[in-house]
Design a protein around this ligand. Structure first.
Ligand SMILES: [Zn+2]
Length: 311
């Protein structure tokens, strides 16, 4: 599908004012070249008046929302589209309470689970890893952390941040939660987030040793004498990202994020951060819905269980 999306609120409201218009849009996103049976991949089928597709080959019945995050929803797609608009059009996203109020959803739990379903659509399947020179560091999130570089948790979540160097600025980022700052976990995060051949830029923490064996170049910047240089000057990009992430968690979400759900909040932060130079917020809306019809449905029970996703 061409990148066809409303750029501002009014065109969005006009365009998606009926269930048919929303369904048609999702159909274009899911099957841009025409219906494909999710069972046998057959390309021939017909649609009935209740919007149900029947595969001509295997006779399986399906709908455009079956097998996506919209599966089984009791509320109109129009409301979903507005939730997607709210979360993508605002620079800081939206909280569950905000979504509940603006959309008039019956319960906080519904709003909360919608946001989590949408967050699961924020990681594009098969996305490319970071490349070039990439700053990597760990930090704790959750509560106030005096002396933020102590590597013992104290009940807080330990996260890894990777940020591409782009001149003096930041390119793309990746975030991930790790159980501890051992070489095992740091190396695994780096392998998932960054393509081999890249240069990893870290501080002198011993767990970062051995990256050359994994196919990376490794540049280390060490603290020169006590108090002369703050860590923020050594790895300015990851510290900038850490500050923005913490401000967002405390601001939009009031710090009410448990470690078991933190990965999904970080996915949302990453989605927005990596598209911060998009000319139009409507493009984020488009990407989110595009990915929403490619992502498997997840139940509320699985979400409150905080099931970590496969990366
Ligand atoms: Zn079929």
């Amino acid at each position: 599908m061409d990148e066809d999306f409303p750029k501002t609120l009014l065109p969005m409201e006009k365009r998606f004012g009926t269930e048919d218009a929303c369904r048609e849009y999702l159909t274009q996103l899911r099957w841009p070249t025409g219906f494909i049976c999710p069972g046998c991949k057959g390309k021939a089928g017909w649609i009935d008046r209740r919007h149900r597709w029947t595969c001509q080959t295997c006779r399986r019945q399906t709908t455009v929302t079956a097998g996506t995050i919209f599966e089984g929803t009791h509320l109109p797609l129009q409301v979903w589209f507005r939730a997607a608009w709210l979360i993508t059009s605002q620079k800081s996203g939206a909280s569950a309470l905000g979504i509940q109020r603006v959309l008039g959803l019956g319960s906080y739990e519904t709003a909360w689970s919608w946001l989590h379903k949408l967050r699961r659509a924020m990681v594009r399947p098969g996305r490319e890893r970071l490349v070039g020179t990439v700053e990597v560091d760990e930090t704790f999130v959750g509560g106030v952390t005096p002396g933020a570089h102590a590597r013992d948790g104290g009940g807080k979540a330990l996260i890894m941040i990777a940020a591409e160097e782009d001149g003096a600025g930041i390119g793309r980022i990746r975030l991930g939660q790790v159980p501890d700052a051992s070489a095992d976990h740091l190396h695994r995060f780096i392998q998932q987030a960054i393509a081999p051949g890249s240069t990893i830029h870290t501080d002198g923490w011993a767990s970062y040793q051995g990256l050359e064996k994994l196919g990376y170049a490794h540049r280390t910047t060490r603290l020169k004498g006590k108090g002369k240089q703050a860590p923020v000057e050594l790895l300015p990009r990851v510290h900038r990202v850490a500050a923005l992430l913490k401000r967002w968690l405390l601001g939009t979400h009031q710090g009410a994020v448990s470690p078991s759900h933190l990965d999904y909040y970080m996915d949302e932060f990453t989605f927005r951060f990596n598209r911060r130079r998009s000319a139009s917020r409507g493009k984020l809306f488009f990407r989110l819905l595009e990915q929403a019809v490619q992502v498997e449905p997840v139940t509320y029970d699985a979400m409150i269980g905080g099931k970590l996703h496969q990366r």
